[in-house]
Design a protein around this ligand. Structure first.
Ligand SMILES: [Zn+2]
Length: 382
């Protein structure tokens, strides 16, 4: 029994909650929108008509082959797609996936079934379990991983088109990616909104943090409705930027790097099929993922990964942790020392910031220590 009208479920753009401030991306993309649309149409038609040529771009389907391609100068637009696996070495459990230890720990909240804690209708009636869990798992108690900083390094090298993340831990932002570099497909704790559709007042991370740590159920100071972090609950729509950016980014992608995700959640998983047929795809994960269903493959709904068949020509699987895989790739690129230096410098900075905040706390400040609060200010998304 929600106090807000249920949004109709339909395809892609119709499926998103209107949030005008997020409609436009950055201005350079606005100017290039015509070209981008043409690119999109071209790639759509060529895919539909089977004209999209499947050129072999990598000289070898290995991490070395990928590194040589990046260094060749022909690879200018890299998209990263990342999931919970990139944050596990930071100590963050993969808490949205049933079957992880966390769901087993939810018994104390008397949920009708574990996933209810992330279900929007349940949340509107019983917000307490979610906020109790949010306190335990609060983003900002953790430091970004080597993998997060590798993505930051791609940005500094001018190679990152965008990072599509399924994570809600804000570690990409803590690592220095800005709002524009990032699509938080499943939302973020970084901002919160009043759940009332008539109000939708926005609240920042500090405001929400204060409520969560004082065990207050966050309520809107304008209309008294619940205030919810902007993470996407089951039964909610993905952010509108996910769909608008996806159409612009994937047709021009030169290299897709998929890390720490088993590619099982749609529509995120389907993104791997949106790059051109010539675009190499590198998976760094503990197990192979995203492979084409043989049945769907036969029916022509391609797009799945093919690492091993005799037709394989562009997909590379590097089976390792995300951190090890990124270090290995950085080594092949000649960036390893730079990456390790960046990790050390940034972790030192977060530690010293934490110490300062703790010192402030002992003097009577109420804000709880959080490394998220030392994230560089994001660029305004206009
Ligand atoms: Zn409100």
């Amino acid at each position: 029994m929600s106090d807000a009208p249920e949004l109709p479920k339909s395809e892609e753009e119709e499926e998103v909650t209107p949030e005008p401030e997020e409609q436009s991306d950055d201005s350079s993309e606005g100017e290039a929108a015509g070209d981008e649309d043409m690119d999109f149409l071209r790639s759509l038609f060529s895919r539909t008509l089977g004209l999209d040529s499947a050129d072999k771009v990598l000289d070898e389907l290995t991490l070395e082959g990928v590194a040589r391609y990046i260094l060749s100068g022909k690879c200018k637009n890299i998209i990263c797609m990342v999931g919970a696996g990139i944050s596990t070495s930071a100590g963050i459990p993969d808490f949205r996936s049933p079957g992880t230890g966390l769901y087993a720990n939810l018994q104390k909240y008397n949920l009708p079934y574990p996933e209810a804690i992330f279900q929007i209708d349940y949340f509107k009636k019983h917000p307490e379990p979610f906020f109790a869990l949010a306190k335990e798992l609060y983003p900002g108690q953790f430091k970004p991983t080597i993998c997060h900083y590798f993505i930051k390094l791609l940005k500094e090298k001018g190679l990152l088109r965008r990072c599509y993340s399924q994570n809600i831990d804000t570690l990409e932002r803590v690592a220095g990616l800005e709002g524009d570099d990032l699509i938080e497909a499943h939302g973020t704790f970084y901002t919160s909104h009043c759940v009332s559709f008539c109000c939708r007042k926005e609240y920042n991370l500090d405001w929400m943090k204060e409520k969560i740590f004082s065990d207050d159920i966050p309520r809107c100071d304008k209309c008294s409705s619940l205030v919810k972090p902007d993470i996407v609950f089951f039964g909610e729509n993905l952010p509108v930027r996910f769909f608008t950016s996806m159409k612009m980014d994937f047709p021009r992608c030169d290299l897709l790097i998929v890390m720490g995700t088993s590619l099982q959640v749609q529509p995120f998983a389907g993104l791997v099929g949106r790059v051109s047929k010539s675009c190499p795809r590198l998976l760094i994960n503990m197990e192979k993922a995203g492979q084409a269903d043989p049945l769907f493959g036969l029916l022509g709904f391609g797009g799945g990964m093919d690492f091993d068949s005799d037709k394989a020509y562009r997909d590379v699987a590097h089976i390792s942790t995300c951190d090890d895989g990124c270090l290995a790739l950085a080594d092949l690129l000649g960036w390893k020392a730079e990456l390790e230096e960046m990790v050390k410098r940034e972790h030192d900075r977060i530690d010293s910031q934490d110490k300062k905040e703790k010192a402030g706390e002992s003097k009577g400040a109420t804000a709880k220590t959080s490394s998220a609060s030392v994230a560089p200010e994001p660029k305004k998304e206009e």
